[in-house]
Design a protein around this ligand. Sequence first.
Ligand code: SF4
Length: 330
Amino acid sequence: MTTADPLLQVTDLQAYFHGFKGRRVVQAVDGVSFTLNAGETMGLVGESGCSKTTTCHALFRLLPGAGQIVGGSIRFNGEELMEKTPREMQQIRGRDMAMILQDPMASLDPLFTIFDQVAEPAYYHRRLRRKTLRRRVVDLLTSVRIPSPEIRMGEYPHQMSGGMRQRIVGAMALAGEPKLIVADEPTTNLDVTIQLQYLNLLRDIQKETGVALIFVTHNLGIVAKMCDKVAVMYAGKIVEQGDVRDIYNAPQHPYTEALLKSIPKIGDKSELYVIPGQPPNLAELPTGCYFHPRCPSAFDQCRSEMPPDFVLGHGRTARCWLVSNEVRSG
Ligand code: SF4
């Protein structure tokens, strides 16, 4: 990998779920492509059910039983992850790429101390032992602002508050010294003041370590605060992506526009905008553009033909017929 190469390059990634006796195939991730440079933060946004989490699991090649990656490429740190054996992937996970889940209790084992759980990635992936390992755990807990780390590391997850548990999961993710962290809605279970502290903490850690971050959220307000670029997902596809400021200033896709309109604004007493309808069932997708049943700008072509990814320059793309006359097809 040269310094000019992106840290992560995902090309036309497809992940499907096969139904009972293979009768129904759900195209959960359908031709997803994006790049992420070292130290960059990308927001992956969209409503629940748009396959943001499945996309992240696919990056780690960790799809549940019925899920399968059926096509595409995941180049990470100069290597093709699709060519790795399960054992090689085990080495890469935790050491080079790590994940922070929405519910910290899904990552923490109630039967083990905080020390055991934070030490594990450093023990296996960085081969730290005894005093060096202990020092590393104390440093990691200090870096995620756990008070009295020497004492707290002897305690169990149930003795921690929700905010502390989420920070400990952050320490576990950092323990292997990864180049990429995927944080899947890490603030959803935290109250608003703790959310802000956690976001600031993630940003500080990123500045200190230079780790790249994929931030999965349905909250575009958080993306504005945290991210350099953003990819908007709808029904298993990225419908718009680019630099955060470009997209916030001039969204090209009606779905992005609707998400931006639905951010609550302080002092605005008018009724909160709600996107009409629901995201589609991935097993029964509409014809044409998947957003057309909810789109205020839909016209005939939208109902019959899926728009391609139109390239708008500077890493910006939008999958909408409205931009088709202005740009060349990607
Ligand atoms: Fe709306 Fe048509 Fe654009 Fe789809 S292609 S987002 S339906 S205008």
